[in-house]
Design a protein around this ligand. Structure first.
Ligand code: SAH
Ligand code: SF4
Ligand code: F3S
Length: 468
């Protein structure tokens, strides 16, 4: 299958310049201001950073409140119902602001907007929303923006150029020492519960050399943590003219000179290779952490979910990782209450959690997504029963996580210092295994690596002191 890489951002520069001139007149304050709120996963955050890059070229500054903004954008997530409800609530609340200041442009983008029934609902129920675009249309944001503020019509754009990767879009990164680096877009897996393949389209990889060049630039600019992003990073390279695997890509990035940490997400167990685990084990910069979502411990449910691995295969990779990567930190995603999950299936999930010993878990109650195969499945389990299973899972994991953290007391961990917790007056950072550590120290350390001796474990948070 052809995956087209397009380097045509120059075409947008004309719209950037035209929008800049118009915003200079339309702005309410001294400079045009944009309010951007992103929901959902890191892919959405990375998209938000590209939209901010384009807005910056249009002369925008950014604000944390909607009240003084000239442009308001919600970058939405469709993965669970709860995420969608919050968006509707927040957008509805903007009606009076728009009435008071008609020049404001209110826009919605992201995964929710790629769903036809949602775009239709926005069109009918939220007439004050002037621009709606999906994840496939980001590369022509300046064009859409310009037409929204000049055309006198609402602009609705849902893309279908599934095969293209657009390079050259500017990025305004939120952080100065942590960076997201997308290596691929979309997903071809069609897990039966999941909306992502419908909202982000077919899987397509960026070129090897484009990714490596961006990683080098990040390291040269002082970034200390680079997280490689994709829905299934282990299938990186499919459809590229020149064949490359994810293991080769991460190895190449590991070879860049400098003091930095590489993270990556998400790994799909069906494609996670032993070659990748060997690369991590021998690397200089790759975190000793594997986020490997298993979703359910029951083979029957895994089949219904269309995950294409079973418990045995999952444990095989996990055990290989434990054997090869010293003190590896394992994390996972789990769905509780998938349609037809019985008590017995759920017990299989609990037993897998106990067997592996995860550092932490992201646990979700199944949420029905319109248009996915699971939405058509019989789901006789009550919400109360699902909540009970969910709480039980949290309890089991709490104990495992606190034991795991307690076992780290007296060890020395290399920590990337991230922030100052003002309330506690303590620095906060993360270990290579992605566990939070709090310790006393000067704010100057933020954005650098520090060696910390672990002195105490409180549930899943570590406390420590600076070591020499
Ligand atoms: N591509 C990644 C996950 C992306 S979505 C992977 O396959 O691992 C992040 C997590 O949200 C998933 O791992 C899953 O646990 C959860 N999720 C996805 N769809 C869901 C749904 N319909 N209901 C509840 N949780 C869901
Ligand atoms: Fe969704 Fe499955 Fe793709 Fe992950 S791999 S994004 S869970 S379809
Ligand atoms: Fe949500 Fe889209 Fe990410 S649905 S989880 S923002 S890929």
């Amino acid at each position: 299958m052809i995956r087209e890489v397009i380097y045509d951002y120059d075409k947008q520069l004309e719209y950037i310049n035209l929008s800049r001139e118009i915003m200079d007149i339309r702005k309410r304050g001294e400079k045009p201001l944009a309010f951007i709120h992103t929901y959902g996963c890191q892919q959405n955050v990375a998209d938000g950073e590209r939209i901010k890059g384009m807005l910056e070229q249009m002369g925008f500054d950014f604000t944390d409140t909607v009240d003084d903004a000239d442009f308001i954008l919600f970058n939405t997530c469709a993965v669970r119902e709860h995420a969608e409800d919050r968006v509707f609530g927040n957008v509805g609340a903007l009606k009076t602001l728009k009435r008071r200041h008609p020049s404001i442009l209110i826009a919605l983008c992201g995964c929710m907007m790629e769903q036809e029934h949602i775009a239709n609902k926005i069109y009918k129920s939220f007439p004050f929303v002037g621009l709606v675009f999906g994840t496939h249309a980001i590369h022509k944001f300046p064009d859409m923006f310009y037409h929204s503020i000049t055309g006198g019509k609402r602009v609705f754009e849902r893309g279908n150029d599934d095969l293209a990767v657009h390079e050259g879009i500017p990025v305004k990164r939120d952080g100065s020492f942590k960076a997201w680096l997308s290596i691929m877009y979309g997903c071809d897996n069609f897990c039966s519960y999941c909306i992502v393949p419908y909202t982000r389209g077919r899987e397509r990889s960026r070129r090897f050399e484009d990714i490596v060049a961006e990683a080098k630039e990040l390291v040269a600019n002082g970034y200390k943590e680079i997280t490689l992003l994709g829905q299934n990073v282990n299938s990186y390279g499919k459809g590229l003219e020149e064949k490359h695997t994810f293991a080769e890509l991460i190895k190449e990035i590991d070879n860049i000179e400098g003091d930095f940490l590489i993270r990556f997400m998400t790994s799909h167990p069906k494609d996670c290779s032993k070659e990748l685990i060997d690369v991590i084990a021998q690397s200089k910069h790759i975190s000793k952490h594997l986020h490997l979502p298993f979703q359910s411990g029951s083979d029957r449910i895994l089949k219904e979910m269309n995950r294409r691995y079973d418990r045995e295969k999952y444990l095989d990779i996990v055990n290989y990782a434990k054997e090869k990567i010293e003190d590896v930190s394992l994390t996972s995603d789990i769905i509780v209450g998938f349609p037809g999950e019985t008590e017995e299936d759920f017990e299989q999930t609990i037993s897998l959690v106990k067997e592996v010993g995860f550092t932490s878990l992201f646990t979700f109650i199944y949420s029905k997504r319109v248009g996915t195969p699971a939405a058509e499945m019989e789901d006789p389990t009550t919400d109360e029963e699902k909540s009970r299973r969910f709480t039980r899972l949290l309890k089991v994991q709490e104990e495992i996580a606190s034991q795991r953290c307690a076992s780290m007391v007296d060890s020395i961990q290399r920590v990337l210092v991230e922030s100052m917790n003002e309330k506690k007056g303590m620095l906060s950072g993360r270990t290579s295994g992605n566990i939070i550590v709090e310790f006393d120290g000067s704010e100057d350390l933020i954005g650098s690596f520090a060696n910390v001796k672990i002195t105490k474990a409180r549930n899943w948070i570590l406390q420590g002191e600076l070591a020499q």
